[in-house]
Design a protein around this ligand. Structure first.
Ligand SMILES: [Zn+2]
Length: 456
């Protein structure tokens, strides 16, 4: 282990983080749209990195840390380079058990490869951390979707059961590009190129060939949910619904509402999705229906380049996921297809203002090009069109004019859906209260049904 003094190490890592964030803010300050693939370097990218202090730190070999990480034995490193172990800075994070390693290669162009055989469950092309994303991260309201936005371009591999652990999932972030033929659902092994690793400002120098890497096992939030063993009281959902009534509106106003059908509500049994349905399904049948933001907020995360798995690959991924009890986070996200996540905040000083509130809009056929991470939206802002991406029907090539075309919509408070672990007969009244008792429309809002809307 490193004999670097802990306080000094933490201070150094914090300084690195601050430099990275501040540098990227500076680099991107004139480019508010998250469309820029690579930040303009502040130093000559072809220059050989010189004295980068953090590179002189003592490092642990991959084999040693792999043995230390539950479920990761018999793996290989994702790139043949030394790494910085950043777990120490995770202590205020619900991912505190997630190893977060930064591999530093110093040379451009290397390919990341999987640490073990598995299936691709997520491949997302997005701009690196820019000023808007950095501001979100700096707000301190961390969560899986903020984290996903900060990954930049990334690939996720579901390894299934590994060495007695029910599920292991690995994340390869900050990529320069993803291998062109890498598909969702694809079987990969330790020789499959995932993509070229990117670059990062470290201690004020742009270092080529850096790979932020994470390993998620069922020890973490992303695996078996500790709340299942210790569920919230039944009153929790009612309290949240009362808090959010008058603040949330229907996310789609031209499709069938789920009310009256327990199968379409939160808490309905599902073979996957952790065994229960975490959202509401609005059946549309065709893709020509607008989806709108359910409340004022800011876009946290967007998956707009989803590629459908083959039906066979999809089945294998889901069969493996069924062994994990709780569907692993990113494998579940694979089922969302093309999707958007928006963060909402209750007014400062009011109850719930410290809660992490997000809405999620899944299976979209199209996403409005203005909907990018960091963008502010109003209740009623059109974010895209309904679809069936991520469903088995879409995997079979049918993308419109089918009962599978629907909006799957989720409302989470602190990373769990309102009504979590409740029966659909108990959750439906909560969502009726929130969605049908609608606040007055804002000037730029879409047409909103009133509380007397017969569909409610
Ligand atoms: Zn659904």
């Amino acid at each position: 282990m490193s004999d670097f003094p802990r306080a000094q190490k933490l201070a150094a890592l914090f300084a690195v983080t601050a430099v990275v964030v501040l540098t990227l803010i500076f680099v991107n300050v004139n480019e508010p749209d998250a469309e820029v693939a690579v930040p303009t370097p502040t130093v000559d990218p072809n220059a050989t990195p010189t004295a980068v202090p953090i590179l002189s730190q003592q490092r642990i070999p991959w084999s040693a840390i792999a043995a230390e990480i539950r479920g990761a034995a018999d793996t290989v490193a994702p790139v043949p380079c030394p790494f910085i172990d950043e777990r120490d800075r995770q202590d205020n994070n619900f991912l505190s058990l997630t190893p977060s390693l930064t591999f530093v290669c110093d040379v451009p162009g290397l390919e990341a490869t999987p640490i073990a055989p598995g299936r691709v469950v997520m491949r997302v092309t997005q701009a690196p951390l820019n000023s808007e994303k950095a501001a979100i991260v700096a707000n301190g309201k961390d969560g899986p979707w903020v984290r996903a936005a900060a990954y930049g371009t990334f690939v996720v591999i579901d390894h299934g059961s590994l060495n007695g652990v029910r599920n292991a999932t690995s994340v390869y972030a900050g990529l320069d590009s993803i291998s062109a033929d890498l598909r969702v659902g694809q079987l990969v092994d330790t020789s499959t190129p995932l993509g070229r690793i990117g670059r990062l400002m470290i201690n004020g120098e742009l270092v080529e060939g850096v790979l932020p890497f994470e390993l998620l096992t069922d020890d973490t939030r992303f695996g078996a949910d500790p709340l299942r063993a210790n569920p919230p009281p039944a009153s929790a959902g009612a309290e949240l619904a009362a808090l959010l009534a008058d603040r949330v509106r229907l996310p789609v106003t031209t499709c069938n509402l789920p009310f009256g059908n327990p199968e379409l509500n939160v808490g309905a049994p599902r073979e996957y999705r952790s065994g229960t349905h975490n959202g509401l399904d609005f059946n549309c049948g065709t893709t020509n229906h607008d989806i709108v933001a359910a409340a004022d907020g800011e876009v946290l995360f967007v998956v707009d380049d989803f590629t459908e798995p083959t039906p066979e690959d999809r089945d294998v991924v889901l069969a493996n996921a069924a062994l994990a009890v709780d569907t692993p986070f990113w494998t579940l996200a694979m089922l969302y297809g093309r999707f958007v996540v928006i963060a909402h905040h209750l007014p400062d000083g009011t109850p719930g203002s410290d809660d992490r509130i997000v809405t999620l809009y899944a299976h979209m056929s199209e996403i409005d090009p203005n909907i990018v991470t960091g963008r502010q939206v109003s209740a009623g802002t059109v974010i895209g069109q309904v679809g069936n991406t991520g469903t088995s029907t879409a995997a079979n090539g049918i993308l419109d004019g089918h009962p599978s075309v629907h909006l799957h919509w989720e409302l989470h408070v602190n990373d769990r859906p309102v009504g979590y672990l409740s029966d659909p007969s108990e959750t439906e009244p909560l969502y009726r209260q929130m969605l049908c008792d609608v606040a007055p429309a804002t000037p730029d809002a879409a047409t909103t049904p009133s509380a007397s809307d017969p569909r409610c």
